[in-house]
Design a binder for this molecule. Structure first.
Ligand SMILES: *Cc1c(COP(=O)(O)O)cnc(C)c1O
Length: 453
């Protein structure tokens, strides 16, 4: 403990209210205070080094303190830090919009910026709603979401969310959404085929009976993130998209977590050649540097708002920092690195390396399932491997495992009983080797030390 640490820890306790954090627990522990980062490493104020094993909550792509990204920001800073997008434009916002239209599924041509995944989702929901209104089609006002979905924490995003622990307390202030089952094969009584069947049947039935009341389906494509890194069975996303198309319901793909190479393709939708009507991106868009998000729309959606002024079909929505030039500049620099460094091919190779490294964990007595799609990995711990009985949440097995990993030099944050491993895409094999070793050791020591078994 040094004096500076003590001073900051006290101020942190007095004045900071942390997100998704029970402050009673937090203020009774020694806070981790990060001072700087370099590559995949983060250093705390006391000089200890940690691997960033969760990409600072799924954001970081190329590592920390990357010269090319730093330079893009300082160059833009020398010109202008921020100007509005309300009725005027700026250079990086235009250039990034063109680039995003080029790399996303083909029909997504129009880019509407915001500043976080949640605001990007709000925009998609409002656009879908007003799209039908502007077309003069009344009654298509509700949304379909999937069980355990997470789309951010603002009220609209929470209304299409379905994680009881986070969302139930707000139920009275939310608009109601239709919830269809998510194909969680490991926790389905009969397995993957039946789980997939249950999802498609529910969606199909809902669309057949109520499509005229439904504006859109919102989905986390291929990987449902916050519910525990749950990977869809193959073909699920494509068949859901086909059903939406058939019944005249818009498809909103929330690629906030899955976008920018995370799943082994630029976007998870690419894995099944799905072209959504609206797509939300955030998190990795700026390489994890600055808060920029975007909602992309197909021309058909955009065209429903394109009208004479007096028709009042304008999309009346915006945020102060929409299209922030610093953020757009660093996003452009990040996308340049994707090309120069062949990031997508790299992710695939690294993903199979990680898969091989983690294979040994499969046989451990408390490892229920290892789920992986590209560089998104979730390891579900269970009290009983045979019956798949979960640990009681009060045991905080995930929290304890993550704390153990931190002791051993890697940061991550669990989702209940699921250990999350989402390293920066830039991680080398040597770094992934070290990180997976820490992960393995933490899981074994916490689950097999006699207390937890
Ligand atoms: C993180 C996340 C969001 C919310 O993004 P914020 O930037 O935290 O508001 C939305 N959807 C998904 C799938 C996410 O993982």
């Amino acid at each position: 403990m040094n004096a500076d640490y003590d001073r900051l820890a006290a101020l942190n306790k007095d004045h900071l209210w942390h997100p998704f954090t029970q402050m009673k627990d937090y203020t009774n522990s020694d806070p981790l205070i990060i001072e700087r980062g370099e590559g995949v490493m983060l250093y705390d104020i006391q000089g200890r080094a940690y691997y960033d094993g969760f990409s600072s909550v799924w954001l970081n792509v190329h590592g920390h303190n990357v010269p090319e990204l730093n330079q893009a920001i300082t160059e833009q800073l020398g010109r202008v830090a921020h100007t509005t997008l309300l009725g005027m434009a700026n250079v990086p916002a235009i250039e990034l919009a063109e680039k995003l239209a080029a790399i996303t599924p083909r029909q997504l041509n129009k880019v509407f910026y915001s500043d976080s995944g949640a605001t990007g989702v709000e925009i998609a929901i409002k656009m879908a709603f007003q799209y039908w209104h502007n077309r003069g089609i009344r009654g298509k006002t509700t949304f379909i979401t999937m069980n355990q979905a997470y789309h951010g924490d603002t009220i609209g995003a929470v209304s299409v969310g379905a994680i009881p622990l986070y969302h139930d307390v707000f139920r009275q202030m939310l608009f109601p959404s239709h919830i269809i089952p998510y194909p969680y094969a490991y926790r389905h009584a009969c397995g993957e085929t039946e789980a997939l069947e249950a999802t498609l049947t529910a969606l199909s039935h809902l669309l057949q009976t109520r499509a005229d009341e439904i504006a859109a389906l919102i989905v986390e494509p291929i990987v449902q993130g916050a519910s525990g890194i749950i990977v869809m069975p193959p073909g699920c996303l494509r068949q859901m998209a086909e059903l939406c198309r058939k019944h005249g319901v818009l498809l909103i793909a929330d690629e906030v977590a899955t976008g920018f190479g995370r799943t082994g393709a630029m976007f998870a939708c690419d894995l099944e050649a799905v072209s959504p009507d609206l797509m939300v991106i955030g998190k990795g868009l700026t390489g994890g540097y600055l808060p920029v998000a975007a909602t992309l729309a197909i021309d058909e959606v955009y065209d429903a708002f394109y009208a004479d002024y007096h028709e009042q079909k304008t999309f009346f929505h915006g945020h102060s920092y929409t299209g922030n030039p610093l953020g757009c500049a660093v996003a452009l620099a990040s996308l340049k690195l994707f090309e120069e460094r062949s990031m997508i091919e790299g992710v695939r190779a690294k993903a199979s390396f990680v898969e091989r490294k983690l294979a040994a964990l499969k046989d451990r007595p408390h490892v229920g399932e290892i789920r992986q799609q590209g560089m998104m990995i979730g390891i579900e711990l269970v009290r009983d491997k045979e019956s798949r009985e979960p640990y009681d949440w009060a045991e905080r097995i995930g929290v304890r495992t993550s704390l153990q990993a931190r002791e051993l030099g890697m940061l991550t944050r669990p989702l209940g009983n699921v250990i999350v491993f989402i390293p920066p895409l830039s991680s080398t094999e040597a770094e992934l080797d070290a990180m997976t070793s820490i992960l393995t050791e933490s899981i074994i020591s916490v689950t097999e030390d006699g207390r937890a078994s």
